[in-house]
Write a protein that binds this ligand. Structure first.
Ligand SMILES: Cc1cc2nc3c(=O)[nH]c(=O)nc-3n(C[C@H](O)[C@H](O)[C@H](O)COP(=O)(O)O)c2cc1C
Length: 253
């Protein structure tokens, strides 16, 4: 089985990288093939733009969805995108390692998704949500953030992390993936000194040693719940009797 490890952090000595290295080590120890997308280290350009394509569609205008679809059909997608799609198709589990920056995943990771989740190849209007092409694959988010657990939970002043991560989770759900419960490490920052610093380092090194069991059991874990296609009416509105699984899609009060 192949595991894809996606890393979105520019600094090798960051905690995000140390944690990702533990994922790579653990996946190898479990006998899995490991594929890596280290977005910064690869020099991946996370900005979708016309110069990535030898021709836009239509020719005098860069319509992103149409251009992606055109090159998917012609098999002329940019080489760096083909490589990422290959890794995505190969893996059964994709582990995403990233920090929270300004209440969201880093822009480089968002950009990676904007370019890699190509219309025509990775999804289209007939193949999305319940009929997503990547059904059966699972995603694990491994997230670091400066805010404490209290500050980033329900009613916390930094915003509920479950909501901050929902757009990214829903993006992967759009292409059919299941999302495992988020693994979040709080209060990760370099402002401590002395005993506080040692305490934080001890806690972090203890936490990241758990990657083996996280990966080992990923197929048996309950995944996050999303509304199914059948929960929506023809206008795309949540049906009156349907339960909502996220404040982003909520019944009318
Ligand atoms: C540009 C930037 C924005 C940040 N925004 C947030 C934020 O919105 N919420 C938060 O909890 N921490 C925030 N932080 C703190 C980082 O999440 C924290 O430093 C990081 O997770 C530590 O892990 P690292 O060693 O892998 O960088 C921010 C850090 C940077 C550099």
């Amino acid at each position: 089985m192949a595991v894809l490890v996606v890393i979105a952090h520019p600094e090798k000595t960051s905690f995000t990288h140390s944690w990702a290295n533990e994922s790579i080590k653990a996946a190898k120890m479990l006998g899995h093939q490991v594929l890596i997308s280290d977005i910064y280290q690869m020099g991946f350009d996370p900005i979708e733009k016309a110069v990535h394509y030898n021709k836009t569609y239509p020719e005098n205008q860069f319509d992103i969805l149409k251009t992606q679809e055109f090159h998917s059909r012609q098999n002329t997608l940019p080489a760096d995108i083909e490589e990422e799609i290959f890794k995505f198709r190969e893996c059964e589990l994709a582990i995403f390692h990233f920090p929270i920056w300004w209440f969201a995943p880093p822009a480089a990771l968002r950009g990676w998704m904007e370019r890699v989740l190509v219309n025509g190849r990775m999804h289209d209007t007939h193949n999305r949500f319940d009929k997503g092409l990547f059904k059966g694959k699972r995603a694990q988010f491994c997230v670091t953030m400066g805010a404490s657990g209290q500050e980033s939970s329900h009613n916390g002043k930094e915003g509920d992390i479950n909501m901050l991560l929902w757009p990214m989770a829903y993006t992967l759900r759009y292409i059919g993936m299941d999302i495992l419960p988020y693994k979040i490490l709080n209060s990760v920052h370099s402002y401590h000194s002395d005993e506080h610093k040692k305490g934080l380092e001890k806690y972090l090194s203890r936490e990241i040693k758990k990657q083996k069991s996280l990966i080992q059991n990923f197929q048996n874990k309950e995944v996050l719940k999303f509304n199914s296609d059948a929960d929506f009416n023809e206008e795309g509105q949540l049906k009156e009797n349907a339960k909502s699984y996220s404040p982003f899609i909520r019944p009318k009060p």
